[in-house]
Design a protein around this ligand. Structure first.
Ligand code: 0RQ
Length: 504
């Protein structure tokens, strides 16, 4: 078989995707690789979905539980959700079919901080793991697994699963070998030791994943690309948000609260994150580092331009163009990029020690500074908390970024009270919209109200927010965090009833 399997004991286990999928029993809990569309298994989930569809059509209900690193791709989340093949999914997802299933109540979803997933599996809180389906980019002569374009929870899935199915993907560049740092030193309390990462580029583990060949029941060869989403040039709103962030960072350096080369960056995915990274390309900061979750186009460009010296992450999340450029020159990045398991890329101890600048998107913020990252109108999941909590709670400065309105201006992203809380007021330092930036550090709730309304709310919604706050000041039960409880969520109910939060 193909050129990526150098250990004959593994090569002897090569089968088709259908044969491999047949080894996953109905009702099984399956740990799959994959993180934001990188490094997910490409063919076994599809074969499993076809088997499930056929069984369901024959009146036999078959479903599995699916654990992954984070969101994956249509070939995994999409096909299995389409087949109604998933009973419970964890953690983060962003697939439209999966989202629809969760929101129509036909799929259970457990949304967990991404750094917590592996330890929860080890602690036994999640139950047994029957099968791991993990993409790797090769197998060495000594039977070591060369990880793929994401590490995610793969170490834990391989260790915990009763049996293992490997996909060996020759689309991934062979030069990935040596880029990973898989830390095998984790333990449960009371035996935990410090995670000794003192600089984003530190390597404390192995470049390989290990799995005894006896546990490997099937190996499937593939040659298929990751889900690489097209890159959108920053629009005007994103560029304005990025501008406020960059001005703020420059001011922090001037005031001596940040070093000249900043502190390790963490940045979410999407338009706004990419706009901030694009702004950093032209900004005054040199010698930067990143300790983050995913490497998106903007990060890679900062590495290319020399602005970013070192990047630590758990996965790539690139556009097709950027992926092609990366794959062609992957060897050149090996000294400056480290891919780690997500429990380490997002580790609270390391994020706190390094002092990450945490920049994440949000659905809505309230006038006191609580953040909703996950739920539309308090009940419909959008994606999940992802790593935003890992970084927001533990970072040096925690930013939340969003346009001031959604749905063509019908929804204000600044509301009297958030309809769901992911990040409490205590974890939020800075809120940014295209209108400006609210630096909330050290402020009381009432002081925050002024700053958030004046600096961040859309001007059309400011009078109504001010009116709410004025009336809350007049008749709230307490005046520490003034609220009119009967009215606090009325903006959301108005949207559900009329299709807009506007009253005009
Ligand atoms: O939905 O496409 O159906 O219109 O939410 O919104 O503006 O495209 O923004 O892609 O940056 O996503 C918070 C979801 C923002 C993301 C969230 C609707 C909006 C649209 C997407 P449509 P945008 P983004 C760790 C970081 C949690 C995980 C995280 C996220 C859709 O940033 O998932 O931080 N964060 N991980 O219309 C109703 C509002 C809305 C709203 C937006 N107020 N009300 N709908 N939307 N605001 C690292 C990683 O990221 C890997």
């Amino acid at each position: 078989p193909g050129g990526r399997i150098h250990d004959p004991a593994f090569a002897r286990r090569v089968v088709s995707a259908e044969e491999a999928a047949a080894m996953i029993p109905g009702g099984a809990t399956v740990g799959m690789s994959g993180f934001t569309g990188a490094g997910h298994p490409k063919v076994v989930p599809g074969a499993l979905a076809r088997r499930i569809s056929a069984a369901n059509a024959a009146g036999e209900r078959v479903r599995v539980n699916v654990w992954t690193g984070a969101s994956t791709a249509p070939e995994l989340d999409g096909v299995l959700a389409e087949a109604d093949g998933i009973n419970l999914r964890l953690p983060y997802q962003s697939d439209p079919v999966t989202r629809a299933r969760i929101n129509d109540g036909s799929m259970e979803y457990t949304d967990i901080h991404l750094s917590h997933v592996a330890q929860m599996a080890w602690e036994g809180f999640l139950g047994p793991l029957d099968v791991a389906v993990v993409e790797v980019s090769g197998i060495t002569e000594d039977g070591l697994l060369i990880p793929s374009s994401s590490v995610g929870n793969n170490k834990t899935w391989l260790d915990r699963a009763e049996k293992v199915i490997l996909e060996v993907n020759s689309w991934q560049p062979p030069e990935l070998e040596g880029m990973h740092d898989v830390y095998y030193g984790t333990a449960l309390p009371p035996n935990r030791k410090p995670v000794r990462i003192l600089h984003p580029g530190d390597r404390i583990g192995s470049p390989y994943l290990s799995c005894p060949v006896d546990k490997v029941v099937a190996v499937v060869e593939t040659h298929a690309p990751d889900r690489n989403a097209p890159f959108k040039e920053p629009d005007d709103v994103s560029a304005r948000i990025a501008g406020h962030v960059l001005d703020f960072l420059a001011a922090e350096v001037r005031h001596g609260r940040l070093p000249q080369n900043l502190l390790p960056l963490q940045s979410g995915v999407g338009n706004i994150a990419n706009a901030v990274l694009a702004g950093l390309e032209d900004g005054p900061f040199e010698g930067m580092t990143a300790y983050t979750e995913v490497i998106q186009d903007g990060m890679l460009r900062l590495v290319d331009s020399g602005r970013l010296e070192t990047v630590s992450a758990t996965a790539f999340s690139l556009s097709p163009d950027a992926a092609e450029r990366f794959n062609a020159r992957a060897g050149e990045y090996r000294d400056r990029i480290v891919l780690r398991p997500q429990e380490i890329s997002n580790h609270p101890e390391v994020v706190r020690r390094l002092g990450c600048l945490a920049m994440n998107g949000m659905i809505e913020a309230d006038i006191h500074g609580n953040i909703n990252s996950t739920h539309v109108m308090g009940s419909r999941i959008q994606n999940g908390i992802g790593g935003s909590g890992d970084f927001a709670r533990n970072g040096y400065i925690s930013f939340f970024l969003s346009p001031s309105t959604a749905k063509g201006g019908a929804i204000s992203s600044i509301v009297p009270m958030v309809s769901h809380v992911d990040h409490t007021e205590h974890d939020v330092d800075v809120i940014v919209t295209e209108y400006g930036l609210a630096d909330l550090r050290g402020l009381s709730p009432k002081q925050r109200v002024r700053r958030i309304i004046d600096n961040c709310a859309h001007p059309d919604f400011r009078p109504a927010l001010e009116d709410y706050h004025r009336r809350a000041m007049a008749s709230s039960y307490g005046l520490h965090t003034p609220h009119l409880l009967g009215e606090a969520l009325s903006w959301h109910t108005r949207y559900l009833e009329t299709g807009t939060m506007r009253t005009d």
